[in-house]
Design a protein around this ligand. Structure first.
Ligand SMILES: [Fe+2]
Length: 411
């Protein structure tokens, strides 16, 4: 039975079916969830006046009820783990600007590691998994310190080195997404390894197919799809690659409706890591420039993916992804107050429409030097209005702005 109660009555064990305010304006990771900690109780009291609880799935106000027979996926697969989530709090322990210095170093090292791995696979040599693990460990550390720094650097793409940069980006975005899902640190590590290696099988695809600028023929596309099989084969020959990583690589082109490849798995037949990789892989792929087409703007990509999510992805998980990267994802070019221009550098997980923005041009068209970073959630104390209101999303191409240039160097 669905029951409306005051948030003051909330206690652990209850199952929240609905909040009294839009979910995107709250810090909660799921629309519906079982209250499992004192922290969640405190957050519910702080953010809501009342909530709706499902007394069939959790405790009632009157007393304890039997535990639910089954909770909806993917919640149970994460919540049932008796392991400590990687630092989950609201604020990141290290500010973005500070972490960016370390993140640049980590990103540069990881790129070299990826280049070596791809080259080794191309030459049929064994992969240096120890170096890859160390590199991913550094990425996980950075994402735990600050969720946005490495995500900013995922804007550093290069059309001619697509597979290397895409592998890096799927690694970074998977770890950042996993952190938003409150997955334990060891899972973030596995997600990172899986992301880094997910397209490793492409190194076995003939270069004339892999780099073909025109549309692939049916036979060429069939061979291209085999990169999933090749990747799985390469990894299964390495003894210290954990099964969830092999699964992630094997499932990153599956679709929730069963129309993906290679196996045509459906729904929850795809592992959680596999589902995360499908979302992240598509997001980075369609926002990247390719030889045969320009990448989509981040917000346009999200809009398209939202349409596809009814069939291609686990809709609930996709909504968490949106919450993880925001309505204006990192790398979006925005107009502020109808005149200034800025680039989104960090999502606001409390309020998805109020990201942090690096201002790059003032109202008279002059470049800011250095570039101030502003929080669009800040209000003018006198009027209570937004001090930095996002008035429009802009196309960097039309504005003559190269987004990646602003992430390459400090400033
Ligand atoms: Fe792939």
């Amino acid at each position: 039975m669905i029951k409306k109660i005051s948030s003051l009555e909330i206690k652990t064990g209850m199952f929240v079916a609905q909040l009294d305010r839009p979910w995107m304006e709250t810090p909660f990771m799921f629309h519906k969830f079982q209250v499992r900690s004192a922290q969640q109780v405190a957050q519910l009291k702080a953010h809501c006046r009342f909530v709706y609880i499902d007394t069939e799935k959790g405790e009632d106000t009157a007393g304890p009820r039997p535990a639910p027979a089954a909770a909806p996926a993917p919640v149970p697969r994460m919540a049932a783990r008796d392991r400590k989530p990687a630092r989950a709090g609201k604020a990141d322990p290290v500010p973005l600007q500070e972490e960016l210095h370390a993140a640049r170093e980590i990103h540069g090292q990881a790129k070299k590691v990826v280049d070596n791995i791809l080259e080794d696979v191309r030459l049929g040599k064994s992969i240096d998994t120890a170096t890859a693990k160390k590199s991913v460990e550094n990425i996980v550390d950075s994402v735990i310190r600050n969720r946005d720094a490495l995500v900013c650097l995922s804007q550093l793409k290069n059309r001619d080195e697509y597979t290397a940069f895409h592998s890096m980006n799927v690694c970074i975005l998977s770890v950042a997404f996993g952190r938003t899902l409150l997955l334990p640190r060891e899972d973030l590590h596995l997600l990172g390894i899986g992301g880094l290696l997910h397209d490793i099988g492409k190194m076995k695809i003939p270069l004339d197919i892999l780099n073909k600028p025109d549309k692939l023929t049916e036979a060429e596309f069939a061979e291209m799809r085999n990169h999933v099989r090749y990747g799985e084969e390469i990894l299964s020959r390495i003894s210290d690659i954990p099964d969830p990583v092999v699964q992630m690589v094997a499932q990153h082109h599956e679709r929730y409706n069963g129309k993906g490849y290679l196996k045509g798995l459906q729904g929850e037949q795809v592992s959680l890591f596999g589902q995360i990789s499908t979302i992240v892989d598509v997001y980075d792929a369609i926002t990247s420039d390719r030889v045969y087409r320009a990448g989509l703007l981040p917000n346009v990509a999200l809009k398209k993916m939202f349409e596809w999510s009814a069939s291609d992805f686990n809709r609930g998980l996709f909504e968490h992804f949106v919450k993880s990267i925001g309505i204006y994802p990192v790398g979006s070019l925005v107009e502020i107050n109808g005149s200034d221009i800025g680039i989104v550098v960090a999502a606001n997980r409390e309020n998805a429409i109020k990201p942090t923005v690096k201002l790059i041009k003032n109202r008279s068209g002059q470049l800011y030097r250095p570039t101030p970073v502003v929080d669009s959630a800040v209000l003018e104390p006198r009027t209570g209005r937004d001090r930095y209101r996002i008035s429009k999303i802009l196309d960097p191409l039309q504005e003559g702005i190269t987004i990646s240039a602003f992430f390459k160097e400090p400033g």
